[in-house]
Design a binder for this molecule. Structure first.
Ligand SMILES: Nc1ncnc2c1ncn2[C@@H]1O[C@H](COP(=O)(O)OP(=O)(O)OP(=O)(O)O)[C@@H](O)[C@H]1O
Ligand SMILES: Nc1ncnc2c1ncn2[C@@H]1O[C@H](COP(=O)(O)OP(=O)(O)OP(=O)(O)O)[C@@H](O)[C@H]1O
Ligand SMILES: [Mg+2]
Ligand SMILES: [Mg+2]
Lengths: 165, 165, 165, 165
């Protein structure tokens, strides 16, 4: 329905502005309906300007900046309609260390309302985990779960009975 | 409600039964290239009803069944089960735990199960209607795809907003 | 022959004249997200005659001219120069060093220079015809794009082979 | 011309088989003309099977496996028609440590015939560099070259005169 979409869009838009400024430590972003007369059909423009830089098309942003912008939008939507769980596959791959730290800090705000399953190669993201699942292929072509290490932080669903081999 | 457990058997590289239990917080999945981490994400998407083989990197649905390795024969069926806990409030069900399963056989025949009882995908979708589960456009982020929202055309971006509305 | 030096001024984020000298071996370019590393790659592509603004992440060619920052005014021109050394053998020229430059102005006017003399792009392409320079389909690999050859359609992959032939 | 293409294709094909087996420590790969009757127009299929695994469509490969397969193809082409220089932008991002080590080892074979300019965040790749260029934006929006550290390895074009500030 028109009202439902426009209202959701507006809430996401405001969250996006806030999330972006926080993830980028400044700068400005916005979402615009391409045609306000026709909110149910028109496209949605994404405007984003990193701190200190001039406003340009989002296509000119760097790989890491694009990822952080997409993360801001993602979290903006979660604030409106959280998902019980969220799976992120190597989202940190294009990010430098300081952006990963910012991402993990924002992630902390959402862990009470959603579970996060993150696939990663990055040490910092791994350090943040409450539970670690290692997958290997000792037998070529066959996936095997080899280690679940429970961090001392977080609930982790109970004690040392988590090890699987 | 939250995702308690994921069981995978015969799905892609998971030739042997694999069980992952998720904490309330952050679970990290790690391992070398090609070991099966993204296949875990595919298993979740597939279990929730993904219809497109392409979205799972395959050419046809049967591509998700374990098709053998040097030391193993192909399997005839793939099955993934997701179990949710603390469901009383959001699902309005009498159950504390609800499990969804999906199976597919080599001949293309497949079925969905709700608490081990065969049902239609629609029954599952109706049950989980307002929970945000199954709305994967913004809760499952595939490898290398996070920037897609920025490079897609304005009209194509609507889907993610419509799912949230 | 080899690439001795790259000079960038006014191109994308390079508001101030920047000179990179390349060794015979491996040069690594490092820095935080958004600092300008991929812009160096774009400068090389552009200098060699890239015609598509989209291939440089922009919407139109003027997008490559430095368009200002909090503390700087936009510039009116972008210029990139690549200098090659030990050219006698491969180019059959009398020169030991050959430099190619490209400039573009805000009004869209642009020019190419060979050893500081205005020329046509074609003159440069003819001079470098059998050297492999300017054949960027397989010598310049953009961020996040290396898998494209695997996901592109069989017909589209030909270009890279044809360049090599 | 038809002979030139078919001959080049054949040489690349043989190199690809060899490169793939080396980069993957086994397994098999091939290139096939979709229609041998029409080599100048038809598509090119890429076949790749990592060691121990069954042959499937390349689309089912993991992110890291796809990158390594593309790297094998790239180097297969370089063996036929080397480019004087080659720019790789964060090619190592999807790779785990052992694949990066293999990639760097193969790279060593090509450094005598081509210069490599690699944009990277990875410590191992950085350690391999003969010259290191750091780019920052102390002044927001303005790229600045801040450090060139000459490694003791490699020619690097002469001594300590490379520092730029
Ligand atoms: N039906 C199947 N049967 C057996 N193996 C399969 C099947 N489908 C996919 N695979 C294998 O699974 C592997 C890919 O696994 P996956 O994408 O999960 O890796 P990954 O751990 O995410 O790696 P990366 O870190 O490189 O992204 C491929 O080697 C592929 O051949
Ligand atoms: N014409 C221009 N004028 C000024 N700045 C520009 C211009 N074009 C692009 N930029 C800026 O250059 C930055 C992108 O730089 P680049 O892509 O080189 O980053 P990067 O170092 O590769 O980062 P990453 O590690 O995230 O890939 C963007 O912030 C963009 O706004
Ligand atoms: Mg993966
Ligand atoms: Mg970049």
């Amino acid at each position: 329905t028109r009202e439902l979409f426009t209202e959701t869009f507006e809430r996401v838009r405001v969250n996006f502005q806030e999330m972006y400024a926080e993830l980028f430590g400044g700068g400005r972003a916005n979402l615009l309906l391409v045609n306000e007369e026709d909110p149910l059909e028109c496209g949605i423009d994404i405007i984003a300007r990193p701190p200190g830089k001039q406003l340009q098309s989002v296509t000119l942003l760097s790989g890491g900046e694009k990822t952080m912008t997409a993360v801001a939008l993602l979290f903006a939507i979660y604030m409106v309609k959280p998902s019980p769980f969220c799976v992120l596959d190597e989202m940190d791959a294009p990010l430098d260390e300081s952006n990963i730290a910012r991402f993990l800090k924002i992630l902390d705000r959402f862990v009470s309302q959603s579970q996060f399953i993150v696939i990663t190669h990055n040490k910092r993201t791994i350090a943040r985990a409450d539970v670690l699942y290692g997958i290997t292929m000792e037998e070529a072509g066959v996936s095997k779960l080899v280690a679940v290490r429970l961090e001392k932080r977080g609930q982790g669903d109970g004690g040392g009975t988590r090890l699987r081999g | 409600m939250y995702l308690r457990r994921l069981e995978i058997l015969g799905f892609k590289s998971f030739a042997q039964k694999t069980e992952l239990n998720f904490p309330h917080g952050v679970a990290a999945v790690v391992g070398p290239n090609g070991c099966g981490k993204s296949n875990v994400l595919d298993a979740i998407r597939w279990c929730l009803g993904e219809q497109s083989a392409k979205a799972l990197r395959g050419g046809e649905m049967a591509d998700v069944i374990f098709n053998g390795a040097d030391t193993r024969q192909p399997l005839g069926m793939a099955e993934v089960t997701m179990t949710f806990t603390d469901c009383e409030e959001q699902l309005g069900t009498a159950y504390h735990e609800v499990s969804i399963s999906r199976r597919v056989y080599r001949d293309g025949r497949g079925e969905y199960l709700l608490n081990r009882t065969v049902c239609r995908l629609r029954d599952i979708q109706e049950l989980f209607m307002d929970t945000g589960i199954g709305r994967s456009a913004y809760s499952i982020m595939e490898q290398g795809k996070i920037d897609l929202i920025l490079s897609s055309r304005p009209e194509d971006r609507r889907a993610i907003f419509e799912e949230a509305a």
